[in-house]
Ligand binder design. Structure first.
Ligand code: SF4
Ligand code: SF4
Length: 372
């Protein structure tokens, strides 16, 4: 089997790039995980064993090489009503609904199989590091991988590593930071929650992505305002990056798949959705929160509404306070009303206070103090 045939097939199927790497264990990543054990221990609870992924042999003992496919997830324009609220890499995620990317990976693996090569998808090996070692791009100080050729060398890309039982000649690695010296760490100074502590040094527990879908309990007060309008994920450190500027100014055709579900992700609809709508319309597309965590969607939506400065959300928040039992949702609604302000919010909060106890009452009092 020739590398050139495989490259041609990957491009034919619609991947933008492809690289090849050895099975060498990820020693540098091991050192990172060991030195930041506490920061990453949540991944085990979420079913992602990063330690196991440090040696590709743990995933496929008879593996001989790693093929990395590169997909651009921002090939089409996302609706402006969704940008700034949902990270772009999640808006067209088809891992549950098994649509276009899923089928392309399947087709590529079938092609390998038809040519006598077995493959395993390696979900827990460090994807960006593997891709950089396979020469597919360089790092940004924001930790993202920037493509060597796809999407005008930007970071709107997903590397998909497949371990294969066939030895291919490896590509030259490019696992270094490729940022221009004139960019004075824009991504780091723009990170609203201080999650980026320095070049390629991220505290995952402070990243808005983590805070939006994994934070235990109600979002801590200090993070609510910096999280802005993000409901699920965050693109800020990629949006401010000059390496992404050219692609961001491209006139891309609309993403019709995402447009079709835009209404389900409207803030007002998310705030009032019922369990059936959540499971059927929202969860299959953004699934990091479980079926039991509809409260988290509503809490995030209330926080985002509070940060919009848009007074049209006040009646919706008042209605949602009365619709919901969950104290985390009610508490965040109170915070959002305090943040949006105005007489209508104040009257509602005073009324809610009469029948509230515990943490909800505390949130209401805090909101009323802000209003005062
Ligand atoms: S995704 Fe957002 S919160 Fe996370 S590091 Fe980047 S800017 Fe900071
Ligand atoms: S903002 Fe600047 S430092 Fe950060 S990734 Fe982009 S080019 Fe590099």
């Amino acid at each position: 089997m020739q590398k050139a045939d495989i490259i041609q097939k990957a491009l034919e199927i619609g991947f933008e790039d492809i690289g090849f790497r050895t099975m060498e264990p990820f020693e540098s990543q091991k050192a990172v995980l060991e030195s930041r054990e506490i920061e990453y221990d949540f991944t085990l609870d979420k079913g992602l064993n990063l330690r196991k992924g440090l040696d590709p042999k743990n995933i496929m003992p008879n593996g001989k090489s790693i093929i990395v496919l590169l997909d651009v997830y921002f090939k089409w324009a996302y609706p402006t009503q969704m940008e700034g609220y949902f990270g772009r890499c999640y808006m067209d995620d088809d891992r549950i609904i098994r649509d276009q990317l899923y089928n392309r990976v399947k087709e590529f693996r079938s092609y390998l199989r038809d040519n006598g090569i077995d493959s395993r998808f390696a979900g827990n090996i460090p994807h960006r590091l593997t891709a950089a070692r396979a020469g597919l791009g360089t790092y940004g100080k924001n930790n993202f991988l920037y493509s060597r050729k796809a999407a005008l060398n930007s970071s709107w890309i997903s590397p998909i590593p497949l371990i294969v039982d066939y030895k291919f000649e490896t590509d030259d690695p490019t696992d270094f930071v490729g940022c221009p010296s004139w960019c004075k760490n824009t991504c780091i100074s723009s990170c609203p929650t201080g999650a980026l502590r320095g070049p390629r040094n991220l505290d995952p527990r402070k990243c808005i992505s983590y805070l939006s879908y994994y934070q235990v309990g109600i979002t801590p007060l200090d993070f609510r305002e910096p999280m802005g309008t993000w409901v699920y994920g965050c693109d800020r450190c990629q949006e401010v990056c000059p390496r992404n500027r050219v692609w961001l100014s491209e006139d891309l055709p609309p993403n019709e798949r995402v447009k079709a579900k835009m209404n389900d992700f409207d803030l007002t609809n998310l705030l009032h959705m019922d369990q059936k709508t959540y499971q059927k319309k929202v969860w299959p597309h953004m699934f990091y929160m479980s079926f039991e965590e509809i409260w988290r969607w509503k809490m995030n939506t209330a926080r985002a509404m509070g940060n919009t400065n848009d007074l049209k959300y006040i009646p919706e928040l008042i209605r949602a306070f009365e619709e919901n039992e969950d104290e985390r949702v009610k508490g965040m609604i109170a915070w959002a009303l305090g943040r949006l302000g105005g007489e209508e919010s104040k009257i509602a909060l005073e009324r809610f206070k009469l029948n509230s106890i515990g943490s909800v009452k505390n949130e209401i009092e805090h909101a009323l103090n802000i209003l005062a």
